[in-house]
Every structure is written in structure tokens, then in C-alpha cells.
Design a protein around this ligand. Sequence first.
Ligand SMILES: [Ca+2]
Ligand SMILES: [Ca+2]
Ligand SMILES: [Ca+2]
Ligand SMILES: [Ca+2]
Length: 585
Amino acid sequence: MKRLSSLLLLAVLCQYLAATLLAQPIPSKYLTYDEMTRAIKDLSAAHKDIVTIESIGKTLKGRDIWAIALRKGDPNQNRAMLVVGGVEAQQLAGSEMVLRFAEHIANNYEKTDSLRRLLETTTIYLLPRVSPDAMEAYFEKPQRERTTNYRPTDDDRDGLVDEDDAEDLNKDGFITMMRVKDPRGEWMPHPDDVRIMKKADAAKGEHGSYLFYTEGIDNDNDERWNEDAAGGVDFNRNFAYNYEYFAQNAGVYQMSEKESRAVADFIFSRPNIAVVFSFSSNDNLTAPWKIQPQQRSAADDEGRSFGQPPGPSPENDQPYFDYINKQFQEITKLKSAPEPKKGMGAFSEWAYYHTGRWSFSVRPWWAPESKAKRDTASADNSRRAVRPTRGPQRDTPELPQDDYTELLRALSWYDANGYKDIVLPWTKIKHPDFPDRDVEIGGPRPYVLFNPPAESIKACAQPFNKFLIYLAAQLPSISLGNVKIERVSDNVFRLTLDIVNSGYFPTNSALGVRVRWPRNVYLTLGLSKDQSLASGRAKQRLNPIKGNGGYETASWLITARAGSTVSVSAESPMAGSATQTITLR
Ligand SMILES: [Ca+2]
Ligand SMILES: [Ca+2]
Ligand SMILES: [Ca+2]
Ligand SMILES: [Ca+2]
């Protein structure tokens, strides 16, 4: 008996332990693919009532691309926001923050009324790590900054594939940089911080004294170093908008990769996604995009021939981007962000320009400005301009001048906060390709520019948690109001009502109208057999309704018996639905 009761106690204890284990917070560390998968599964097991997960595809290396859905209401009715991490594989922090956001909602919705109400009408989809193969490079030895997947690619168009990868020559576990003393070299130690190298600027009277490469040997003896590493295609260069043909890492054609294809299919098959938020350098939250007026397209003319006017100009969307920008800065208090990068085949731009959803993106982390560096930083801000993204560092890196400002700022922040070994000191090695020369290996450790120290991930995620909850609450939301019934004659009634949008965003973006993917609001009047319509349409598609109480008025003349009822419903996947039964009298 005693034994039985102690067994029972043990079972209860195990159950209790299992439950508490499931509710364990995700540790403040960078998670491997396996650890992330476990964290996602644990989250869904601990919060079955709101969390569902699915794999939306498998990578070349057989890893799942996980999708998480958080919702309380009817999956077919909910409008949705999508949050994406891992768009740029060297930004692990973004992936971690998407996961922390899911955890934050799951842990807090029960005790927070506003969150519970939000989840009743809004689904939050999360894709924490869309490039799991590329991101795993962080955990591999030697560690290297990787932006691409493992699709075998001939990066330098020499007919051979993946023939010259980088090598960890000094066996310190990192692929860093390599400098070779040479009077023909264009590189020199940076005058503000000799730990890093810069390209000499002739206009400033500087001259270089080093050749500069990624760490490794020239495996194929073509006098280029590490110019064709294993893989690959960069997720954030493979999308169809502003795609750069034949560019390195862009893929052989748009959406050629399993990862980009899976994410695009995910979005197209979910017409309820109104807003897409992603972590990337194509930042439009610390400095808004300037939406360009678009040329009239053949589609406009085609639309006209069917009796429809051309869509509104995309410039009409500008005020919404501007306003959300201000809110981002007010809510997160994040300051002095690095220069935003204009994408080529970038995900966040595609999400707006090709699918018509509101799309916002920001870097997950940048080193905060140290007080000592304020002068350089403000000079940097005045030069802020949008620049194409640069490819991964292989061969001789092409660093635009402005990148030093960010790197210098980051290094001084790490120094000021007592972090050691962020820059590895230049140390001499014997190099087979340069037998009689001074060759040194060193430079910043991989990933330090884009990712905070692991112990601060949780703290760094908090401003984003706040902003994302705010953003999810801004989706369009329709209701019916101001119902008026006039009895025109014995059995004829005029029914008038407003379709109101109480969300912040309009029921469709101007660009959404053009690209025709997002659906406008459909209004349906339901009549019974003995009722008929004297004027007005039983089904109609409404133009976009502005937010913050914007409305459209609809009116019908109905022939019906006094006291009978009609139903009116308005719905769109992105704006929700509203139905009302109205008695005619
Ligand atoms: Ca090659
Ligand atoms: Ca090394
Ligand atoms: Ca080579
Ligand atoms: Ca090599």
C-alpha cells in the first residue's frame, strides 16, 4: 500500500514536473534549429487552446520551415498579421524575437483582456525561421556568417560549383578576415580603430598597404580567395519584386528556392493576412519608404475595358507608412538605426508591391549609440540614403564607406559594455599561397554586428513585443451601423446603412487594389423568396473604406411584407465580417 501511494505520488510529481517544464521560459540564448523546433512544439503543447503549428515546407537539408498560428476565434473569420524572422540569415536575433513574441502572447493572453479580445478577432501567424539551413551556420564549426542556403551554385561562373570555400587557417573556430602586406593593396587599418580594415580613400590622401580577403586558401588557383563557397541562394534576394537577374546569390530565377516558395505560397493561400512584419535590413520603420508613383500599366487599361476605373495611386498609401513609423519610434524608443537598405528581390518589398499587404520591416538589433560617438552618429544620420543590399563577404569585400560608421559604433558599444573578444587580434600565420609575405588573420567575429549578446535577447525583444501587439490591433475592422428603414409605400421599404471601418488601416491598400490579390469588402443583402429588390444590388464589391471610422453607405429599395426580415452581411478576409438581421417596418 505504502509502495502504491509512493508510486502514485511519483506519477503526480512527474505530471507536475512535465507541466512546469512545458511552461519553462525559452532561455535567453541563440537556439539551434533543433532547440527552436523543440521550443515551438513545447509552446503549442503548453497552450493548445491558442497555438497551432505546422511545417510549410522542407529545406534542401530536410529541415522544416515552421509556422505558428495564435488565435482564439473562428479560423475562417479572423483577419491576420504575419510576423517573419530569418529573412536575412545572419540576423539570428530576428528569429529569436519572433519566437519570444509568440511566447509573450501565449503566456499573457489569459491575464490580459486586450490580448484576449485581440486574439478573438485576429490571427497572428509567425514564421520564426524561414532560412533554417543558412542560419544553422552560426552553430557550426568553424563559425561563419552565412546568408545563403546550400543550393549548389557556381558563384563566379567558371563552370565549377562550390569549388573555393573559406578555411579556418588559424584554427580558432571562426572564419574571419585575412590581410596580406602588399604595396599594391587598397586596404589599410582604420584610423579611428586599427582593429578593423578600411578601403583607402584617395580623395582623403589615404593609400593602402594590404590585400584583404576572407580567411582561407585559393583552392582552385585562380588568384581569387574563397570566391565560390558552398551554396547558395539568399532568401532575401530571391523574391520577384525588383529581382536582380544573374546576380550572385539571387538564385537562377525568382522564387527558385524551397524556402521562398513555401513562404510565398503561405501568404497567397491566406487572403486574411493584412499586415506583414519582418525583421530585415530593408528597414521602413525608422525611415519610411517613399512610395513611387507607378506607371499606368496594361492591367489598368484592361481594367478599364471591363468598365472599371484604374486603381488609386499607390502614393495614397504613404500617410499610413509615415504614421506607423512615428508609432514605432514612440513605442519602441529605438534610436539611431543604421542606414536602411534598399532590397533587390527582397521579401518585405515584395510583400507590399506584389501582394498588396501592408509590409513593415526593421533590423532586430543594432548597437546603441555610445555617448562618446554622438558626433559621428549625427553626421551619419544626415547622409542617410537607401542603398542596395550587399552580398555576403567572400573574396575581397566591397564595403561602402558608411558601413564603417556602424561597425565602429558597434565596437565602441561592445568595449563600453565590457565585452571582450569581439574583434580577434591580427595574428601572423604561414600561408601556402603567400610563402614570403606577411599574412595575418583577425577582425570582427562573425555575427557581432547584427545580434546582441545572447543574455540580452529577452530584453531586446520587449520593445518589439509591444509594437507588434499595437500593429495587430490596427487591422481594418468592419461593422454595420446607422440602419434606417423608410416605408415608401405599403409593401416597399428603403433600407439604408453604413459599412464602417473602425480599424486604423483601410480595408485595402491602394496598391492592393492595383495588384488585385487582396479582396475588397463584399456586401450581400439576403432576401427570402417572397421578397424582391426594386432597386440596388443584392451583391456588391465596395471600394476600400478608410480607417478610423470611415464608412460607405449602401441603400436598397425592397418589396416585402411589413414585419418580415432581411439579412445584410459585409465581409472581407482582411477586414473581418459583420452580419445583421433587420426587420422591415
Ligand atoms: Ca565556381
Ligand atoms: Ca579563423
Ligand atoms: Ca579561388
Ligand atoms: Ca578557399
